[in-house]
Write a protein that binds this ligand. Structure first.
Ligand code: HEM
Length: 181
């Protein structure tokens, strides 16, 4: 997983829970990298999982809630770091329909070793958008948080619905519908 995900996670952990607790979480997670991340490095996905599990143990907050909150924060950070992906589209549904082909496509050009999810998107006749998330990294809660962050960012009245589907070949599969109503 790309270092930018780790540097943003640690920054959020420090802001929300303080530098001391963040330090403890890093020390207690037994990280092969030692926890000294750079935004352009690449680290094992297991390390982010270990960090979230330790943070959950120390704060008593559910793992899924932590990952979702992180996703929402990450979207806010992406809007600052990559403003071009946001300025070209007027509504959240247009933004979301760009993620799979265009945005994650550009991410792959920037970081050829990035591991991104399958995110099949289709716009319905009524303007709703369906996103089918599929990934063996099981980061559906992160996807949910990113979607919440995107809805917040565009400041419209959209709502979303999440439906967890059966796993396929060990991959987590989720259907998200984002609707203007
Ligand atoms: C400007 C917007 C976005 C940017 C720049 C971006 C970029 C990235 C980057 C850099 C990664 C890490 C890849 C790696 O570590 O190897 C990632 C992973 C991911 N992205 Fe995006 N992303 C954006 C929007 C979204 C949105 C809106 C969704 C929600 C549907 C999404 C879903 C995910 C998920 C769930 C992962 C984790 C990997 C996995 O589940 O397999 N992204 N993205």
């Amino acid at each position: 997983m790309k270092g930018i995900v780790f540097t943003e996670f640690i920054e959020l952990m420090e802001t929300k829970f303080g530098a001391d607790l963040a330090e403890q979480v890093i020390m207690d997670s037994n990280l092969p990298s030692g926890g000294a991340y750079t935004s352009v490095g690449t680290y094992s996905h297991d390390e982010i999982v270990a960090l979230v599990i330790t943070l959950s143990q120390k704060t008593g907050i559910e793992i899924s809630d932590l990952i979702q909150a992180f996703g929402t924060h990450l979207l806010k950070r992406f809007s600052i770091l990559f403003p071009e992906f946001f300025s070209e589209v007027p509504v959240v549904t247009d933004f979301l329909s760009n993620v799979d082909d265009y945005i994650h496509g550009e991410v792959l050009k920037l970081y050829p070793d990035a591991t991104l999810p399958d995110l099949d998107t289709s716009i319905k006749e009524n303007g709703d958008i369906e996103l089918l998330y599929k990934s063996d990294r099981m980061m559906g809660d992160l996807a949910e948080g990113l979607i919440v962050g995107a809805i917040d960012h565009f400041g419209q009245t959209h709502t979303y619905h999440r439906e967890d589907l059966n796993q396929e070949g060990g991959a987590q599969c989720i259907r998200f519908i984002v609707t203007a109503r």
